[in-house]
Design a protein around this ligand. Structure first.
Ligand code: NAD
Length: 352
């Protein structure tokens, strides 16, 4: 198949592209604006393959999207391009509305025009797969899980913009018959994760001997999924999912933020002990909470498991060990980003 991946230079998009090039025979076109979050070196393992190509363009640019569709002629659009960091959405929501909502609208409208011109068999096989987040469902108390039927209750500019884009995608399915798929996934982690997100931030700051900031009391719970397992889930959904359906994707690995941070510290104590022999956990510092910080997210992923046979392949303990090792072995990748565009400062603090 021919797969156009928007946001393919990002964390999850690049994992998907590496997987498609390494483990399938599909042709892949990455369509990415290369914002601060787009990292071409994350695509290096795929870039020399003749089944891979790349266009630098904005999903809000209808002409660029239309041209890419008409020239590449995809069977599948995997739409991952987005502004994705909640903290940045607190500091500057406008880019989130533009890319996540207006950009998704442009993608849908251009995809619809392209799809209408396909033959009947190509039309039936085409999929527009929108990759979204569990954050659209809001925050859970101590119990319960998000299912595909959970009502939307987004609470940050990021999650509200993703909720809006999810609604647009379903509307284009219902109203115009475009064969759409939506996945809502929990927090991802793994190699090539941009250094400002919690897990890489903690690893990098630990190695630099800096304080390890934990928001609030560290009791917020996230359901962590190893990024390569998410890429496997996306492939399962666009290859075998039912058009019009939504699938929740989760790691069945709920951890409090403080548990994630202490797990990283103990792996580092073992793999890369501090010069002074003290524990990395001594660097933990509690800082003011994120404004509006959702307490708990947890996914019920039984539908994708029952219907498409997908389950996570690694436990959190295996995935986090692999991730810490990867950051130890790939310092050039993250140091290049720190030097060029981001230096682990705090984001997302509301100022009066
Ligand atoms: P990311 O921020 O790492 O990557 C986003 C990519 O999109 C970057 O390569 C960036 O250059 C590109 N991009 C941004 N604006 C663009 C535009 N206007 N036009 C074209 N390209 C643009 O994000 P990620 O963590 O890989 O997330 C990918 C998708 O998965 C997002 O839609 C996000 O909402 C969703 N998601 C993320 C997580 C997570 O834990 N990271 C969990 C569930 C869902």
């Amino acid at each position: 198949m021919r797969i156009l991946v928007t946001g393919g230079a990002g964390f999850i998009g690049s994992a998907l592209v590496r997987r498609l090039i390494e483990h399938t025979g599909h042709e892949v076109l990455v369509f990415d604006k290369l914002t601060y979050a787009g990292v071409l070196s994350s695509l290096e393992p795929a870039a020399s393959n003749s089944r891979y190509s790349f266009i630098q363009a904005d999903i809000c640019d209808a002409d660029a999207v239309s041209q890419a569709l008409r020239e590449f002629k995809p069977d599948i659009i995997a739409h991952l391009a987005a502004e994705s960091h909640v903290d940045r959405s607190i500091d500057g929501p406008s880019a989130f509305i533009q890319t996540n909502m207006v950009g998704t609208f442009v993608m849908l409208n251009q995809a619809l025009g392209y799809w209408r011109d396909l033959s009947e068999s190509q039309k039936a096989a085409f999929r527009f797969h929108h990759i979204s987040t569990d954050e659209v469902f809001g925050s859970l108390g101590e119990d319960g899980f998000f299912t595909e039927a959970t009502a939307y209750d987004p609470r940050s500019p990021y999650s509200a913009s993703k909720a809006g884009s999810d609604h647009l995608v379903r509307a284009w399915g219902h109203t115009y018959g475009l064969p759409v798929l939506v996945t809502n996934c929990s927090n991802n982690y793994g190699p090539y994760h941009f250094p400002e997100k919690l897990i890489p931030l903690i690893i990098i700051r630990a190695l630099k001997g800096e304080p390890l900031p934990v928001y609030g009391d560290g009791s917020n719970v996230r359901d962590w999924l190893f990024v390569d397992d998410h890429a496997r889930a996306l492939q399962a959904v666009f290859e075998t999912g039912e058009p019009g359906e939504t699938y929740n994707v989760g790691g069945n690995a709920e951890r409090k933020n403080i548990e994630v941070v202490t797990a990283i510290c103990s792996i580092l104590d073992r793999l890369h002990p501090r010069d002074d022999g003290r524990a990395y956990a001594e660097q933990i510092t509690y800082v003011a909470d994120r404004p509006g910080h959702d307490h708990r997210y947890a996914i019920d992923a039984s539908k994708i498991s029952a219907e498409l046979g997908w389950t996570p392949s690694v436990t959190f303990e295996q995935g986090i060990e692999h991730t810490v090792s990867w950051y130890l072995d790939n310092q050039d990748w993250w140091q290049g980003i720190l030097d060029a565009r981001y230096s682990t400062q705090r984001l997302g603090v509301v100022h009066d």
